[in-house]
Design a protein around this ligand. Sequence first.
Ligand code: ADP
Length: 561
Amino acid sequence: MLQGRMMDRPLLIIDILKHAADAFPAVEVVSRTVEGPVHRYGYADAYRRVARLAHALKQLGVEEGDRVATVAWNTYRHFELYYGVSGVGAVCHTINPRLFEDQLEYIVNHAGDRAVFVDADLVPLAEKMAARFGCVEHWVVMTDRERMPETTLPGALCYEELLADKPETYDWPELDERAAAAMCYTSGTTGNPKGALYHHRSTVLHALGLLAAGVVPLRQGSVVMPAVPMFHVQAWGQPYAAPIAGAKIVLPGRKLDGGSLRELMEAEGVTVTLGVPTVWLGLLAHLRETGGTLTTLKHLMSGGSAAPVSMVRAYEEEFGVAVSQGWGMTETSPVCACGADGPRMDAARGDARYALKLKQRRLFGVEFRLVGDDGEPAPLDGESQGELQCRGPWVVGGYYDDEAATADAMTGDGWFRTGDVASIDGEAMLQIADRTKDLIKSGGEWISSIDLENEAMSHPEVAEAAAIAMPHPRWQERPMLVVAPRKGASPTADDIRGHLEGRVARWWMPDDIVFVDELPHTATGKVSKLRLRERFGNRVPPAARTLPSETEPWTSITPTR
Ligand code: ADP
């Protein structure tokens, strides 16, 4: 081999912030703090505080490879921990405070966290859990001395006090770019949560990959607000991508309700924002109820679960905000595919445009393939479906200290099995049909719950809808639809059925439609199909519903779309 003559410099996370401090010293990091007031400083200030934090971590005895947990909302102190912890060579383990207590106990002990940094309002949760977190040696409350709560946390330290007397420069170690830097557990709807352990290289490449895709525009002058929690897959890489690009970053703290988000967006001139559909449905409801507008927001990225087309349409047509969808997983850092801009999108009009909006183009760096039920590759023709498998420099090669889960998730030839069923077209555009476990199998044919939900949510009186399977003696499973109506509306099952007629194949028509005030959501804000199944999964289809006759098997009816 003729070796290239280029320098071998590692890709390290701290160098992102150093770059921003040098190149964009005054570009702001703005936070709505847990204590209330808005805090703002420039990237240069952030970098100096991260140096202080690094000294503090060393004082606590944090060594390379140690896991340091955060239980915190989206604020500048959490941002500092992203950089300070990885900067000293330790691993920033972000924890979702909304997980069940048993999951929290498992995660902290499995990760072996030595220190926990906790937001002041989450101290009661930490106190409740402290006795079950045997490995934790240090508790640091992320506040200042005046606001330090009374606490039973053993030896609780105050974040600001810890930083106060430390130097503003730090001699950052030149780490191996493959050293672990961050970690996040999947919420694990079945079995134990599984840990994705990111390294410096994967994190930097993921941020660069996002910027290269350009679908979520980040550059100098952009103002980005991650409305996805920083405990959820590194806030989808925004705390890294924004400083590379020189974009201002607005961290919304704890409150992700429509009113709080809109107020902060308007006050800070947010141009681009990212979050899960539940958050965007909440903002949409708020805007409609209050007659509010979004005067600065240009782009909204929705990810984590399927964006309802009706929602995408509403943002674009009623509020002039371009919506793109991202696909990703905790295991994939997360973003692997995003948006669908370009000439094809520019040329598309009306329904064709919104159909295209359901798709997402693969990012440079990752590879996709589809594998059919027979274990053979499925064609990438935009129609054929198969299990989505992926590989790439920001996709897990296995889980942290969990060989059984790793063996389940990885194929023999080194691809990661996503558990999603999808199609991919000839332009590397992905369309997710379902999670394998959410597909509804009726009479041997699959029904996509995402498609069914999407059509239901295009009914003007429906706020949110979810389709789940109910067991059926003849067809194995039949779909049922759980609907949360919009505030003040009371659609009937017949209204919904009438609306679905002609929009979905006849054999997709839900056998049962039930109404609830609100759908249950998971700790990451997605509709919890698990809880819906627990509540409704054993319902017997109402006898009155007409079943197709023996001579008209559902599987032979051609879809009407
Ligand atoms: P969990 O929801 O289990 O906590 P993740 O956040 O890692 O974990 O969820 C990843 C899953 O979310 C994907 O496997 C996929 O099913 C779903 N998902 C993510 N983005 C999209 C999208 N744009 N459309 C449909 N489903 C999505």
